[in-house]
Write a protein that binds this ligand. Structure first.
Ligand SMILES: C=CC1=C(C)c2cc3[nH]c(cc4nc(cc5[nH]c(cc1n2)c(C)c5CCC(=O)O)C(CCC(=O)O)=C4C)c(C)c3C=C
Ligand SMILES: [Fe+2]
Length: 425
């Protein structure tokens, strides 16, 4: 709260009124993990958050913890609104400026995620709203380490992704020194955070690219369910679940090693692969329902495998139909990307949809801001994308237009800033 701004103080009091009976103290969700870790990761966002708190009366009241073992925004349920952006350090800015920036960003994120105003010159955009499940997540790109003289501490997992034959990447909208992901269940809360963080960057860093995304609003469906994408598919079914014994091992870098001591700062962190994937929706919509379902290998209505059952029924990949062909086609997206087809390679997909208007050809510039999380991209995204690149039926309907890989350090301890163990270790 800025003491110099009486308007903001008044609004903070109003906000506490909004929080109401649930009580502000009872709304901080996350605890040790720094984020909600409910099973319905891709479900309707606040659905599981609301369930956890029981008596929440307002979607805006839900709060995700900033401090914790892992940064928020990885296992947090999908939020309705997202901004993802990359910054490059300004010419002349190095490790000192980067450390000061991460300190400012962390202070701002910590406050905004708690439903407070920005530390300096709050814009007022989010006045009256609660934290609305706001999360802010920070990562480092490959180039950050040269800029800051920290190449000895750069993990090999951050080596550039290989080229894929179907890539149509725009370098201006790819990579970057620093990456920020913002998610919230209210568009104004999300934009407020975006403005505050951009102002914090000051002279130290410039926006390289920025993308905006969305998901279904919590409460839009009768019961919380797995998300749908802009092709209309149920998307997220096969995600690893936090309740699975190997979840942490797949998604987070082990707290102790196994790498050299120089890389220990990433213990508890994760790697984010970020891809703007355009959907060729006019071509997709020309396909019959049966054709669309063959492309994925699952039904459109429920997301159940074509081999039968419900959404969470295992796919029977060896089941042969009356025509003598596999019921789930050999080039179906869900078959090719399944962990059992990729030596166990798995990732946590946590995307936003995007729509950036209509192009000159009348086609929507829309698709998926594909964001996936893993302990090691060489055991997650890379082998799966290599295989999809060679023979995915979905390839005819999508185009990878930008790409980034970021080392996302662990969550901060109380009073720490994100990345402190790298920048001051
Ligand atoms: C390299 C990783 C992947 C990319 C890129 C990707 C793009 C992409 N996917 C869909 C839609 C669906 N994907 C589904 C499953 C699925 N996809 C990947 C990986 C990538 N997808 C994985 C690992 C899985 C899970 C496989 C499994 O565990 O069986 C599905 C099916 C439902 C589900 O499990 O989520 C859909 C639908 C789109 C539209 C897209 C690019 C725009
Ligand atoms: Fe997929």
């Amino acid at each position: 709260m800025t003491e110099s701004n009486p308007d903001i103080e008044i609004s903070r009091r109003r906000l506490l009124g909004t929080v109401g009976a649930a009580g502000a103290a009872g709304l901080a969700l996350g605890g040790a993990s720094g984020a909600l870790a409910h099973s319905a990761l891709a479900g309707s966002g606040g659905g599981s958050a609301t369930g956890a708190a029981g008596s929440l009366s307002s979607l805006g009241a839900t709060r995700v913890a900033f401090d914790g073992d892992h940064q928020a925004g990885i296992t947090t349920p999908l939020q309705a609104k997202g901004h993802v952006l990359a910054f490059d350090l300004a010419p002349g800015a190095g490790r000192t400026e980067a450390a000061a920036l991460l300190r400012r960003w962390s202070e701002t994120a910590r406050r905004l995620m708690a439903g407070e105003t920005a530390p300096t010159a709050d814009s007022g955009i989010a006045l009256d709203a609660g934290p609305s499940s706001l999360t802010v997540t920070f990562g480092f790109g490959h180039s950050f380490f040269e800029r800051t003289g920290l190449t000895a501490r750069r993990p090999t997992a951050l080596d550039p992704l290989p080229d894929f034959s179907s890539d149509r990447l725009d370098a201006q909208r790819s990579n970057g020194d620093l990456w920020v992901q913002i998610g919230a269940n209210d568009a104004l809360v999300a934009f407020h955070a975006l403005r505050a963080l951009q102002k914090d960057a000051g002279e130290a860093a410039r926006v390289r690219w920025q993308m905006n995304g969305f998901n279904r609003s919590p409460g839009a469906t009768g019961t919380p369910m797995t998300a749908r994408n802009l092709m209309g598919q149920v998307d997220g079914t096969g995600n690893p679940k936090p309740s699975e014994p190997d979840f942490d091992k797949r998604i987070f870098v082990p707290a102790q090693g196994p790498g050299p001591a120089d890389h220990a700062w990433m213990g508890g962190g994760s790697y984010a692969v970020v891809r703007r994937i355009r959907m060729l929706l006019d071509d997709w919509d020309k396909q019959s329902l049966a054709q669309q379902e063959q492309v994925i290998g699952r039904t459109k209505a429920t997301g159940a495998p074509l081999t039968g059952g419900g959404e969470t029924t295992e796919m029977q990949l060896d089941k042969i139909g009356t025509d003598g062909k596999p019921v789930i086609p050999s080039n179906a997206h869900a078959r090719i990307s399944a962990p059992e087809q990729n030596g166990g390679a798995a990732m946590l997909r946590r995307p936003f949809s995007f729509h950036d208007g209509i192009g000159p050809d009348g086609a929507p510039d829309a698709g998926l801001l594909f964001i996936c999380w893993q302990a090691d991209p060489l055991r997650g995204f890379v082998p799966v994308q290599r295989k999809l690149d060679r023979g995915d039926a979905l390839s005819a309907f999508i185009r990878h237009e930008s790409s980034g890989l970021y080392a996302v350090p662990p969550g901060p301890r109380s009073g720490e800033y994100v990345g402190q163990r790298l920048l001051e270790g």
